[in-house]
Design a protein around this ligand. Structure first.
Ligand SMILES: Cc1cc2nc3c(=O)[nH]c(=O)nc-3n(C[C@H](O)[C@H](O)[C@H](O)COP(=O)(O)OP(=O)(O)OC[C@H]3O[C@@H](n4cnc5c(N)ncnc54)[C@H](O)[C@@H]3O)c2cc1C
Ligand code: SF4
Length: 511
């Protein structure tokens, strides 16, 4: 009887459930890790992401080997199945243990494998809330409100709480203090990056030379790679964030500035999503730093950051585990327009989209408001297909996985689920972007114009979106104030706006 463990590419933690279950017999437990080209080319994934995942896997395999696990590491296999079956046979595995994948499609794939041994899926321990714990919380509720969930998380894990069980600072949420526009020259902290080592360099060489990645090379430049690829480096990024960025995280959390890709953001999602960092250690590091600097730091920034990890991240994952299998196909507004080519090239006169897409092409990263209020906002109001948009996000981002895509892109960004997740669509005109960024200053379009040659497309699409979906939007209580503004518009102006939206799509189709 031999038990073996297959470690998946986003399960790179020595205490992940499958490894943990065999830790007492590590020298006798064969471990398998596979790089599958079929999996890596299922979508035109960003090359930055492929370098990150494969380099982190190779480093992790070396660490496991050094700590006594007998590891078989298969580089650049055509698919998962062939090396998996060969390894099972060679090692005479009778029981294969895998930590349950975070992504549902991969769980389904595992369940369809015809294996000559028993398959045991162990509960995923990469999140603070297990699937079962989230369902217990969710079951008696009519609506799964993130704020309720977040408060429960604060109590449950005793984060930013007083001894009496009250929220530290007398409030649960300081979000109102965290929305400053970027006025004047901001002094932003430097992010922590790393030079590519020999392992990373060998992955880069493969991706630059292999004919299988030709399509990806057309979309994604790979001039430099600077992300952390080991837990040790990821812990340094966490420490650097806590020491140099956390105290300033709050006020400019929603700001967007040309040439400032990261501002005070943590840059931790790629590492959290791979298992190189654990959510509780991230939250506790932030809390401990606050305790040390209480005299000088505002609680609003620290609470804002903790809400992202303890609240939003866990909530998005929890909701993903609850929704049914039709969720990925939802399209509440019946949006069907294809994704414009400029999402892949950045070649558009809309400066906000040009800047953000250019940044994503270089790094695979954009911060939350760039994702929500520029990229997905445009896709929403222009009526782009939610599924095509989701696939683009999934391919383009360094931290994208099915579990985090479905809820963020389809739910939060595009409202394609009809309000399972968000209480109203995140739709905005150029007003928002003009207030929260410096992009409009150097744009070809006029952020104040709704119609005419130089009208900003965010403006005519915004009003066109409200008019097209007036009836559906009326059912969303929080939209009534905005719809009143639509009612004040003259018929002539609305007709001109709607025509301009139609013309824009026609021009795209011809291009
Ligand atoms: C349309 C859209 C697409 C997104 N795609 C992804 C994605 O592919 N992968 C991803 O991890 N996040 C995604 N997010 C959530 C969020 O934008 C990113 O987690 C965040 O920008 C990552 O950068 P950071 O580490 O610098 O985050 P910070 O702004 O510093 O936030 C700290 C941490 O909070 C967590 N977090 C905050 N909000 C969310 C959220 N809504 N969902 C999950 N985690 C959250 C992340 O782990 C992040 O590292 C998306 C959001 C939207 C609206
Ligand atoms: S004017 Fe419109 S298109 Fe140009 S940067 Fe501003 S919001 Fe974007």
């Amino acid at each position: 009887m031999t038990t073996g463990v297959w470690v998946l590419g986003d399960q790179l933690w020595a205490d992940q459930a499958a490894l943990l279950s065999c830790a007492g017999a590590k020298a006798q437990t064969p471990v398998l890790m596979i790089e599958s080209i079929q999996h890596a080319t299922a979508l035109p994934y960003h090359l930055q992401k492929l370098v990150l995942v494969w380099s982190a896997m190779r480093h992790f395999a070396e660490e496991l080997q050094a700590s006594g696990w007998p590891v078989t590491y298969v580089k650049q296999a055509e698919n998962f199945q062939t090396p998996l079956l060969a390894w099972i046979q060679q090692q005479q595995i009778t029981e294969l243990r895998v930590m349950r994948p975070s992504d549902r499609p991969f769980t389904r794939y595992l369940q369809t494998l015809d294996l000559p041994c028993k398959l045991v899926l162990l509960a995923n321990n990469h999140f603070l809330w297990s699937e079962e714990a989230f369902q217990t919380w969710a079951t008696p509720r009519k609506r799964l409100l993130m704020e309720d969930f977040y408060r429960e998380g604060r109590r449950r894990f005793h984060i930013l709480m007083t001894e009496e069980g009250q929220p530290l600072g007398g409030q649960w949420n300081f979000d109102k203090e965290n929305r400053k526009p970027p006025k004047g020259g901001l002094q932003t902290p430097e992010p922590l990056w790393f030079p590519a080592d020999a392992i990373t360099q060998s992955v880069i060489t493969t991706l630059q030379q292999s004919p299988q990645f030709e399509q990806q090379r057309r979309y994604w430049p790979l001039e430099s790679f600077q992300w952390a690829v080991t837990r040790t480096q990821a812990l340094k990024v966490l420490d650097h964030f806590v020491q140099t960025r956390l105290s300033g995280f709050g006020p400019y959390q929603d700001a967007m500035v040309t040439g400032e890709d990261t501002l005070w953001h943590a840059l931790l999602s790629p590492y959290l999503n791979l298992g190189l960092l654990q959510p509780l250690e991230v939250v506790q590091a932030a809390e401990q730093a606050y305790q040390k600097h209480q005299q000088t730091w505002e609680i609003s920034g620290v609470e804002g950051f903790i809400r992202q990890v303890l609240g939003w991240r866990e909530y998005m994952h929890g909701v993903y585990t609850c929704v049914d299998d039709t969720y990925p196909e939802r399209n509440w507004f019946q949006h069907q327009h294809p994704l414009p080519e400029f999402f892949w090239t950045g070649n558009t006169l809309m400066n906000c989209l040009h800047q953000v897409i250019h940044q994503v092409r270089q790094t695979g990263y954009a911060h939350h408001i760039q994702r929500l209020m520029v990229l997905s906002n445009f896709a929403l109001i222009a009526g782009l297909s939610p599924q095509e948009t989701e696939q683009w996000f999934h391919a383009a981002f360094i931290d994208a996985y099915d579990w985090v895509m479905q809820t963020n892109v389809l739910g939060m960004g595009l409202f394609a689920d009809g309000g399972v997740l968000a209480s109203k669509p995140y739709a905005a005109s150029a007003n928002y972007i003009n207030k929260m960024s410096d992009y409009c200053k150097s744009c070809h379009y006029n952020a104040r114009a709704r119609t005419g040659e130089d009208a900003c497309p965010f403006n005519f699409f915004y009003w066109d979106f409200l008019a097209r979906h007036r009836t559906q939007l009326k059912s969303q209580g929080r939209m009534s104030f905005i719809l009143k503004n639509l009612d004040k518009m003259t018929n002539a102006e609305l007709a001109a706006i709607q025509q301009q939206a139609v013309n824009w799509h026609q021009k795209q189709r011809k291009a």
